[in-house]
Design a binder for this molecule. Structure first.
Ligand code: MN
Length: 241
């Protein structure tokens, strides 16, 4: 796919009914920072929890209205799953006017290929998480989860999130980051010079051998964070908006 003009990329907004200030921040961003661009790429964890397209909740519905409005203004919207909202399906994507992207995928910006990913698959040092990730990606596990009642799914998802938070607190910082050997394999295997991902909440511009770069998106817990790609290159934006 070739993205034309100006594109904005973000991830890890973690929208939640428990944190209305993040929702306000995200909507303000949509209203004030996007009108000059042609495409918005959301690279996962837009929502803190997603239990299925049949139960979007008030927040999910509000977000769909906002995103659809952007799509109506002619901005192309793309969504890639994160580990928190991997259950977003074609129904909600259509409702929000978003096209679903595979993880990873290569998009051409200004004729330059850029590999986009949420990033959690590359955190291979976290063996426990990778085992859980493989488990939840199984179709039968997904179906069994979606067959439960809404209340059961909410309870399960909150438990999983709390266990994940506990696991993060108890684990060495290093295993929560991407594995450098895996990153080198991704560069070598894909042939791209630029990787953009989120998930780790460690926004930074990493350069390898002066030519390759790995740009990490930031989370939206206390400020906005996004990358803009236009004909001049890639620019980091964010802070208080
Ligand atoms: Mn994530």
């Amino acid at each position: 796919m070739h993205a034309k003009g100006c594109s904005l990329l973000l991830s890890d907004v973690h929208l939640s009914t428990e944190a209305p200030e993040i929702t306000r921040r995200f909507f303000k961003f949509l209203h004030s920072q996007t009108s000059h661009c042609q495409a918005l790429f959301i690279l996962g964890d837009l929502f803190e929890l997603w239990i299925g397209d049949d139960a979007p909740g008030t927040l999910g519905l509000e977000v769909a209205v906002e995103l659809r409005q952007l799509a109506g203004n002619g901005i192309s919207l793309f969504f890639m799953h994160g580990n928190r909202d991997f259950l977003i399906g074609p129904d909600y994507a259509a409702q929000a006017g978003m096209q679903l992207l595979e993880d990873p995928c290569i998009v051409y910006f200004n004729q330059q290929p850029v590999l986009l990913s949420h990033g959690d698959a590359w955190c291979t040092d976290d063996v426990e998480y990778q085992a859980f990730r493989s488990h939840r990606l199984k179709p039968e596990v997904r179906q069994a989860f979606l067959a439960q009642s809404e209340a059961e799914r909410v309870a399960f998802a909150k438990n999983a999130r709390d266990a994940s938070r506990q696991h993060t607190q108890n684990s060495a910082a290093g295993i929560m980051d991407v594995n450098q050997a895996v990153i080198q394999e991704v560069f070598a295997g894909s042939g791209v010079d630029t990787i953009i991902h989120g998930h780790t909440h460690r926004p930074a511009d990493h350069t390898y051998h002066d030519v390759r770069q790995r740009l990490v998106l930031g989370d939206w817990y206390s400020q906005a964070s996004w990358l803009e790609i236009d004909t001049d290159g890639i620019h980091r934006h964010g802070g208080v908006i």
